[in-house]
Design a protein around this ligand. Structure first.
Ligand SMILES: Cc1cc2nc3c(=O)[nH]c(=O)nc-3n(C[C@H](O)[C@H](O)[C@H](O)COP(=O)(O)O)c2cc1C
Length: 364
């Protein structure tokens, strides 16, 4: 039992989830100057955790997932919590107010959140200036998505959708350490369906190839389309050398393994994060790793990681990097160091000298 879970979480959970999320970002944005102090408090370093992925050096494999710091306002303090990388976004070309409130809910019995934010963010122009000015000791990833113009807006055509991504990609490609292209937002009309269609993915990747992106590019896709979706994606990515790897997003809708009674959540719109999505995401990582060219691609594993054992399982299934978001809400900032310390012990137990040695070993 940590101090956070005994004293802080019960207090925070008495207030609206989105309000507390914004308050934490505002606080973190104000204490960016204390990055070094935070690192001393929360960080955990060990040579066995250091890893190189797609040419980038990571002090440890655990990163903060997209969606916590959507507009890149608090990256310095967040990096200070001991994460090996921080991913901001999703960022869209134009600013977006997202979906109507309320749009973030907690399911404590499930160790989960229900999220229906709808991609609110300050827009690529403003956020690109923040990224250019950020001087981080850890890699900074930018997650890019198409602008959500709201449920009532005219649906965009293919050129407009691809053009929206390209505008943001051009703004971030030289300052971000890596880009994640979110092809699968579960909470917008466009995000659910457009990239389920192979010709759309192919035309999108062809257009991106023209841009000349100097940093690694990951595609964040839905886990819902299963093995056919994975095979489609691998075929579509063939020949597009700038694609470095894959991430699985939250599935749209509610999973059927929630322990919280239906009457609590059935009126809440949105997708579920945390524990309930872990098994589907792990299945997707396993199946992707089995099919992909493991010399060329890397997987970032995210979904339901609360402990070192859960992070390690994703690594053994094929993830080179791991991320979390919901665990930060339930376990507080101490979770980062706890997972990294635990990972160190698990590597030693199994005779691995580095994280890279453990990647994919569940398949052998
Ligand atoms: C509040 C919240 C907001 C999120 N926003 C985004 C987002 O803007 N872009 C994105 O790619 N993923 C977003 N995600 C998904 C997370 O990046 C991550 O893939 C997912 O939550 C699974 O990890 P977790 O179980 O550790 O939370 C969001 C998740 C949550 C809970």
């Amino acid at each position: 039992m940590s101090f956070y879970s005994v004293a802080v979480r019960p207090l925070l959970f008495r207030f609206d989830a989105e309000r507390m999320h914004h308050a934490s970002i505002e606080t973190a944005a104000r204490v960016g100057w204390a990055q070094g102090l935070l690192s001393a408090l929360y960080g955990f370093a060990d040579p066995s955790l250091e890893t190189e992925v797609c040419g980038l050096a990571f002090a440890n494999p655990l990163g903060l997932a997209a969606g916590y710091d959507k507009s890149g306002e608090a990256v310095r303090a967040l990096a200070g919590l001991g994460f090996g990388h921080v991913e901001i976004g999703s960022v869209s070309a134009d600013p977006s107010a997202g979906n109507p409130k309320p749009r973030l809910f907690r399911l404590p019995a499930d160790r989960a959140l229900v999220v229906h934010y709808g991609l609110q963010n300050d827009g690529a122009d403003i956020i690109a200036k923040r990224v250019a000015a950020a001087r981080l000791a850890v890699p900074l990833g930018v997650n890019i998505v198409k602008t959500n113009r709201g449920a009532g807006a005219c649906p965009d055509g293919e050129d407009a959708i691809i053009g929206d991504y390209l505008r943001s990609v051009r703004l971030f490609k030289d300052d971000a350490d890596y880009l994640t292209l979110n092809l699968s937002c579960p909470n917008t009309e466009m995000g659910r369906d457009f990239f389920a269609d192979k010709p759309h993915v192919e035309r999108f990747l062809a257009a991106l190839g023209e841009v000349g992106i100097p940093c690694p590019v990951f595609l964040k896709v839905s886990p819902k389309s299963g093995i056919p979706g994975i095979e489609m994606l691998l075929e579509a990515a063939e020949g597009h050398d700038f694609v470095s790897g894959f991430v699985f997003n939250l599935p749209a809708g509610k999973p059927d393994n929630l322990v919280t009674p239906r009457e609590v959540w059935e009126s809440w719109p949105g997708a579920v994060s945390g524990h309930p999505v872990e098994s589907l995401i792990n299945f997707s990582i396993r199946e992707m790793y089995r099919r992909m060219d493991t010399r060329r691609y890397r997987i970032v594993g995210v979904g339901g990681v609360f402990t070192a054992e859960q992070a390690y399982e994703k690594i053994r299934l094929g993830a080179s990097l791991v991320q979390l978001l919901t665990a930060l809400v339930y376990e507080g900032p101490g979770v980062v160091g706890r997972i990294n310390r635990g990972l160190c012990g698990l590597l030693a137990r199994d005779g691995f000298k580095t994280i890279a040695e453990a990647v994919g070993t569940a398949h052998t």
